[in-house]
Design a protein around this ligand. Structure first.
Ligand code: SAH
Length: 348
């Protein structure tokens, strides 16, 4: 079904698909604009196209969108969207309004294969990769539904590991940054990874997006336990990869560090973190653990969080504590898990 969904294709690919040598380049751009800028869902909307071309497209292709299954609104303005895909699976995305910007948090897979012990999405297991159109339409549907003129920031921090679906994620990013589409600046797109080392540099080279690494531990013995992918790509390998990244000028990687009470929140952890980052162009995002009914882990007490934070600042590491958004609707980091989706079904 997807191979004839026009939303999957880049501008060049679209050219190849609809041309026949006579379809001029500007026609291809017009079609692309209808799809990715004006967010048309039907060929009949493409009023400036010419009837013959429209009918030809209609015969050969579809414009297929997932559907909105549910929207939950948090008291802080965050919206969590549940989308239903063509095969009955569901995914989530989150809209986070702020004063000077607005951010959409996108999913890259249905479920996740990595099995991080603190993360709710992990409990779904891995179901499948998302197609490019299933990634971009999360944003398109949110934009339409909430009548938003513009989305300034995109983070790939929803369900899934983007770098285990890197081909489709890269294609989606290319569609999102296109001047004939949403025109989002690549700097304002952040791809967060648990550390799939082999795909980090290719992603950066191809898309110039910002990179975030979910580190979450400073010793392999702990990281092996809470993030099993560490056995394949241990901490030292991650750090070396970051040191050697061809980062654009004045750009840094973000190190995400989920603070979990009595797991990774001591001053010794902070000290080790400083040492690890001594040669990396990095800033740190501390994420106090978002608690949920399914995993018995907690956020440290405020005092602990402050001490950890202050220590990093003292050592001249730019450090932010990530604000918790959408907590009341389980829309915060690591809280996306589709209960409607089968698999883990014991939460009645
Ligand atoms: N798989 C990618 C993308 C998911 S991003 C990655 O791991 O980076 C989700 C972010 O939320 C990660 O930084 C993860 O460490 C963090 N996270 C997961 N569960 C969390 C929780 N319960 N509370 C706070 N952060 C959490």
């Amino acid at each position: 079904m997807e191979n004839n969904n026009l939303l999957n294709f880049s501008l060049e690919e679209l050219g190849g698909l609809i041309s026949g040598e006579k379809t001029e380049n500007y026609r291809v751009k017009q079609v692309f604009r209808w799809l990715h800028q004006k967010l048309a869902t039907d060929f009949s909307e493409m009023s400036d196209l010419g009837k013959a071309l429209r009918e030809d497209l209609q015969k050969r292709f579809v414009i297929f969108y997932p559907t909105i299954q549910k929207i939950q609104k948090s008291k802080d303005g965050t919206h969590k969207f549940l989308f239903r895909l063509h095969d009955g699976h569901s995914i989530e995305a989150v809209y986070i309004p702020e004063k000077k910007r607005n951010t959409v948090c996108l999913s890259s897979q249905v479920g996740c294969a990595l099995g991080c012990t603190f993360c709710l999405t992990a409990q779904m297991g891995f179901l499948r990769n998302l197609e490019p159109y299933e990634i971009i339409t999360q944003l398109y549907l949110i934009k339409k539904e909430l009548r938003l003129p513009r989305i300034s920031n995109i983070v790939f921090m929803g369900m899934g590991e983007p770098l285990l679906n890197h081909k489709n994620v890269i294609q989606a990013i290319k569609l999102l940054v296109s001047d004939f589409g949403q025109g989002v600046s690549s700097r304002r797109i952040t791809v967060s990874t648990a550390g799939v080392v082999k795909n980090i540099e290719p992603l950066l080279t191809e898309t110039k997006v910002s990179i975030a690494l979910s580190l979450n531990a400073t010793k392999d013995s702990l990281r092996d336990t809470i993030m099993p992918i560490n056995k394949k790509y241990p901490i030292q390998m991650l750090i070396e990869t970051l040191q050697n990244l061809p980062l654009p000028k004045r750009r840094r990687v973000t190190i995400e560090y989920v603070l979990i009470k009595d797991v990774n929140d001591t001053l010794e952890d902070a000290q080790r973190l400083v040492r690890l980052l001594s040669k990396v162009r990095a800033k740190v995002n501390l994420i106090p653990y978002n608690e949920n009914p399914y995993i018995s882990m907690n956020a440290p007490h405020l005092k602990r969080i402050d001490e950890f934070h202050s220590y990093l600042i003292e050592k001249h590491i730019t450090t932010m504590i990530r604000k918790q958004r959408g907590l009341d609707i389980l829309g915060a980091c690591g809280q996306l898990r589709v209960t409607e989706n089968q698999k883990v079904g014991t939460d009645s």
